[in-house]
Design a protein around this ligand. Structure first.
Ligand SMILES: NC(=O)NCCC[C@H](N)C(=O)O
Length: 411
């Protein structure tokens, strides 16, 4: 059984995604729509990611790669038909029926490895034609005829790199997340297929805390969710996670008795602060890193506890960290502030200086570029495992965003 019982307990197993075809297709023209800030040197990004994987393996953490999981999943005909049904039939309205049918014909002709690569890496018109070995019947599809050879029938999913956001494990269940940004919604379908059909997951069915794409637009994303332990979950409410998504999650957790307290922290709605873990992460059993330019005094937060069957009880808190301390049974919580001054705090937050992944209490992975924040952590007794991530960071995500823990001890 997979379970994630804390943010900082010993990490045992994790899902990561080594970037591939989808990174080769990022261009200055499509990068904004694909939620990247720049194009990427692909081979260097892959090397950086391999070094990231190695940090886990060196510490005894089992690494599962998303594309391998998806390939293994797609060995099942049932899984292929589930995925293609969701990816194509569900999107017929914007593709048109003929284009959806041609694309289905092409994808069905692929083996599991190539199919997984194109579901993540995208499919363009030229590839569609090559796979079908013929000229696609453009005469019947305006949508297809109008496309240039390099234009996409299926867009690439470069944000698959950020495995945390699309599905996140909370205690003994998993939230397969309806995403806020349409550019990421097909990622969700891949996780639904893996958790439903991959023998490693399907044979040990876990509780589901959310209903994936079916819940859209009540979005919730894993970068906003932190499993604090002691039956408590902390959720960010900002650009990506909605009040309705949080209420749904809380009610499912409460109904199953998996959690008894969901603390909600309001975030500024901006790209730099797209998720809670871009400004606040837990680094030790009693310590958090907080972006120093967020004013702790004005940070609004609420606590949801089990109420009636249909509604949680909601209380606004006076102080977020006091509430966290109470929830965790701590007499005080250490709040470590990132950056040396306002300039470095902003620069390092932009480069994911607060986006830390704990491998065990007091041991975190951090991008090396965030010099001041990393030294501040070390001065506070935190072990920092530095990762070179100039290319990986161009999608605005760090070590926590790039990891989906599936097994972690209580702290
Ligand atoms: N947890 C995170 O903060 N994830 C980073 C996601 C970055 C990605 N480019 C996005 O905009 O969704």
């Amino acid at each position: 059984m997979y379970q994630v019982n804390s943010e900082v307990g010993v990490l045992r197993q994790v899902i990561l995604h080594e970037p591939g075809l989808e990174f080769e297709r990022l261009t200055p023209d499509n990068k904004d729509a694909l939620l990247f800030d720049d194009v990427v040197w692909v081979e260097r990004a892959q090397q950086e990611h391999q070094a990231f994987q190695q940090i886990f393996r060196n510490r005894g953490v089992t690494v599962h790669l998303l594309q391998d999981l998806l390939t293994e999943t797609l060995k099942s005909d049932e899984a292929v038909s589930f995925m293609l049904g969701r990816v194509l039939d569900g999107r017929q309205a914007h593709m048109g029926a003929v284009l959806a049918a041609e694309t289905r014909r092409a994808l069905t002709a692929l083996g599991p490895g190539d199919l997984a690569a194109h579901l993540i890496g995208g499919l363009n018109k030229r590839e569609l034609r090559e796979i079908l070995g013929e000229r696609p019947s453009g005469a019947r599809s305006l949508g297809l005829d109008v496309l240039a050879d390099d234009e996409f029938v299926l867009t690439p999913l470069p944000n698959a790199l950020f495995t945390r956001d699309t599905s996140c494990w909370i205690y003994d269940g998993v939230s397969v997340n309806p995403m806020m940004m349409t550019g990421r919604s097909r990622e969700t379908v891949a996780y639904e297929a893996i958790y439903d059909f991959h023998p490693q997951f399907a044979d040990r069915a876990a509780d589901r805390w959310t209903d994936g794409e079916a819940m859209a637009p009540a979005a919730i994303e894993g970068g906003d969710v932190a499993v604090l332990g002691n039956g408590t979950v902390l959720v960010g409410l900002g650009e990506r996670t909605t009040p309705a998504g949080i209420e749904h999650l809380a009610m499912r957790l409460f109904a199953a008795g998996a959690a008894n307290r969901v603390i909600v922290a309001e975030l500024p709605k901006s790209r730099a602060v797209m998720h809670l873990d871009t400004v606040l992460t837990m680094v030790d059993t009693d310590a958090f890193v907080l972006f120093s330019e967020l004013d702790r005094a004005t940070l609004r937060s609420w606590t949801l506890t089990p109420g009636s069957r249909w509604e949680p009880t909601i209380t606004e808190n006076k102080d977020l960290f006091a509430e966290i301390g109470t929830a965790l049974g701590l007499s005080s919580v250490r709040v470590l502030q990132s950056g040396k001054d306002s300039y470095s705090a902003h620069r390092e937050q932009w480069n994911d200086g607060c986006n830390l992944l704990a491998l065990a209490p007091g041991t975190v992975i951090a991008y090396e570029i965030n010099d001041h924040s990393n030294r501040m952590l070390e001065e506070n007794g935190i072990e920092v495992l530095r990762l070179q991530g100039d290319q990986l960071g161009r999608g605005r995500g760090g070590p926590r965003c790039m990891s989906c823990p599936i097994e972690r001890d209580a702290a």
